[in-house]
Design a protein. Structure first.
Length: 380
């Protein structure tokens, strides 16, 4: 059980997060609603919908909270900037890893902005849902979500009536998921966020513009690619899975890509590298991960790493993608990331941003707790 002193420190951290974003709200009542909303998201109530939040916060109805999220005047992007700096202040490291991934939000009906029947990795199938593209930050101190963009399908982007009803800004046009990811990376790096690496799944890793952007900003990357990606290697150009079938046993090494719930996550790895013709300080490469228990379970990656980077470091970056999955799981279970009751563009970004800040606050609290010596150790 936590001590009273520990609980007091947790409350103090929540207060600090609320004070951080306070200046983004022009009126005292809006600052009060922001603090209440943040506290409600962090609270231990089972659901974080409007009525339960209102009840937890001692309000008779959710009207004020709903108005605050959907219709009052404040900028979710300004709060996002504060969130990003908060994460850097507490978890930042020069070796930080930026992780791109997406998650689905299952929805009924056709009114919620960006909703359509589309593939959701969250559900593992095609569902009626919204898709959000997210950027997470990971360091040895912890990990948290720092940016977000709602994916607007082409049908939505071209439908003036639906756009107007959902209050989609005129400046928003159709953009692919990799394009949204590049925009998030750009504003993150332009803001001075310390990072050395990028990792992402094959939606982004298979996009050459995404990889070239990372190279242009001096970032190393380990990004997943699809099995049908073609690569010129050893004098022949063919699919990467065909290259792997020709690899001799001697090239495989058993390495851990980081600790998991059941100990070290061990896989067989194979790696081939070649010079980056556009940057003499970096080396490109092709990385393969194979399950120890199922040889048919294979994943493929393109890499770009500073020269003389050890393979175990590249493998560790490949394994760091688990952090964004944990962020999604925690944010949905603990701070209501997916429990919003808004349909508009503005409402979605506001709720998601405040939920991300709530999750980041908990991540900072966890980081501080992990850095403290254990009570057992103190007795010794």
């Amino acid at each position: 059980m936590p001590t009273d002193q520990e609980v007091a420190k947790w409350i103090e951290e929540v207060d600090a997060a609320a004070r951080l974003i306070g200046p983004r709200f022009s009126r005292r009542d809006l600052r009060c609603h922001a603090e209440c909303y943040l506290r409600g998201l962090i609270s231990r109530i089972e659901r974080k919908n409007g009525w339960q939040l209102a009840e937890e916060l001692g309000q008779r109805t959710p009207t004020n909270l709903q108005h605050f999220v959907a219709r009052s005047r404040w900028s979710a992007d300004e709060v996002r900037d504060d969130l990003r700096q908060y994460v850097v202040n507490h978890l930042g490291s020069k070796d930080g890893v930026l992780i791109v991934d997406e998650t689905g939000f299952l929805k009924k009906g056709e009114k919620s902005v960006g909703v359509k029947r589309q593939y959701s990795g969250t559900a593992g199938r095609i569902e009626n849902c919204q898709i959000g593209v997210f950027l997470a930050y990971r360091s040895d101190a912890g990990h948290a979500l720092i940016d977000r963009s709602l994916y607007l399908p082409k049908e939505w982007a071209a439908d003036a009536a639906r756009r107007a009803e959902a209050k989609v800004p005129e400046s928003v046009t159709f953009a692919t998921k990799p394009a949204l990811a590049r925009a998030m990376l750009k504003r993150t790096l332009d803001a001075g966020v310390p990072a050395k690496w990028v990792t992402a799944d094959e939606v982004y890793g298979s996009d050459s513009k995404f990889r070239r952007f990372c190279e242009g900003r001096g970032l190393g990357y380990v990004v997943a690619i699809s099995s049908n990606t073609h690569l010129f290697l050893r004098g022949r150009r063919t699919r990467v899975d065909e290259h792997v079938r020709q690899m001799p046993k001697r090239v495989w090494r058993q390495l851990s890509c980081g600790p998991g719930l059941k100990g070290e996550r061990l896989y067989d790895w194979a790696f081939v590298s070649w010079p980056n013709p556009e940057d003499n300080n970096f080396t490109r490469g092709f990385l393969v991960r194979r399950s120890l228990s199922d040889p048919d379970d294979v994943a493929y990656f393109f890499t770009n790493a500073p020269k003389r980077t050890p393979l175990k470091t590249i493998v560790r970056i490949a394994g760091s993608r688990w952090a964004v999955e944990e962020c999604f799981e925690q944010a949905k279970q603990e701070v209501g990331l997916d429990e919003y009751e808004v349909r508009s563009w503005v409402g979605w970004h506001r709720h998601i941003t405040l939920s991300m800040l709530a999750h980041a606050t908990l991540s900072v609290i966890r980081s501080h707790a992990a850095s403290q010596p254990s009570k057992k150790g103190m007795r010794n």
